[in-house]
Write a protein that binds this ligand. Sequence first.
Ligand code: CA
Length: 368
Amino acid sequence: MERRDFLKKTGAAAAAVAGTAVSAPAVLAAEKTYRWKMVTTWAPNTPVLQTGAEMFAKQVEAATGGRIKIQVFAAGELVPALGTFDAVSDGTVECGSGASYYQAGKSPAAQWFSSVPFGLNPQGMNTWFYSAGGLKLWEEVYAPFNVVPRPQGNTGVQMGGWFRKEMKSIDDYKGLKMRIPGLGGKVVAKAGGTVVLLPGGEIFTSLERGVIDATEWVGPLLDLRAGFYKAAQYYYYPGWHEPGTTLEVIFNKKAYESLPKDLQMTLDAVAMQTNLWSLSQAEAGNGAALEELINVHKVNLMRFPDPLLEDLRKLAAEVLEEEAAKDPMAKKVNEAFKKFKKQIGVWGAVSGRPYYDVIAGKYALKSE
Ligand code: CA
């Protein structure tokens, strides 16, 4: 065989193999670059919240070799903070980042996927989503809006908030003006408090001037950054109202489904990665910031008294049933959540809880 013929034949054979292994549309899809926009609910540079959304975009570009490029816009840069869900739903942008309780007005059932008062901690939330049907339910709740949700971050167990007076019993909520959104706010209102809704940027001044008596925000990392210790004397724990707040990345359904399968799977995998990254950032940052609040700023770290927590817990159960009664989907989600919480709670009572009890003495706070 002539060398030229051999090259021709092997070349043709290689082309034939390539032709059978990779079909033409797949090759085209692989070469296509998707340029997406992401809008978020968060202020620029906010640790965990905005940095989590930016980490997601960065990792997606790296993991896809640049086939998906996501440009991230913080709150107000393209749409208002609470306009992100609508922008994703109507296809103005392909994706967004926020938290599901902001969608309570659209669908009461949405509230269970961010955080529930006296509900699940971060580990419990992730277990529910990934291994006990929680994410499937969340997809069902968002489907009518053409939105596909994925857990994308978690703030950890939040703090109870900053108070200008001591909280000794449930009666101390009567007439208390507090900034506390969502289901937690409904519980405080039931206890006789006045819930004040304020955008993040106005909380500090309102607290400092006594327009409000108390505020919750997130945890030591973000609370220290906001400077609340300069405006309120008492820093309470635990954050009964947000014990494991999940942050979401949301995709426009059409945009998500237009992607080849491998890119859909990459988005899902990176969301899972960012979920763990954000929680780790929050936990590491909270530990360091709490130390600074105690040792440098000398805050009065206070634990809510048990009888007060017990009273709040009863009110929270009533609030959840009232919210669940608003529509059939909310009822379905509430029932599933309660069932899972009970089951995982029994396991927690013999795994996590006794372990924490054993080590609690080692890390007990000086104020206790
Ligand atoms: Ca909060």
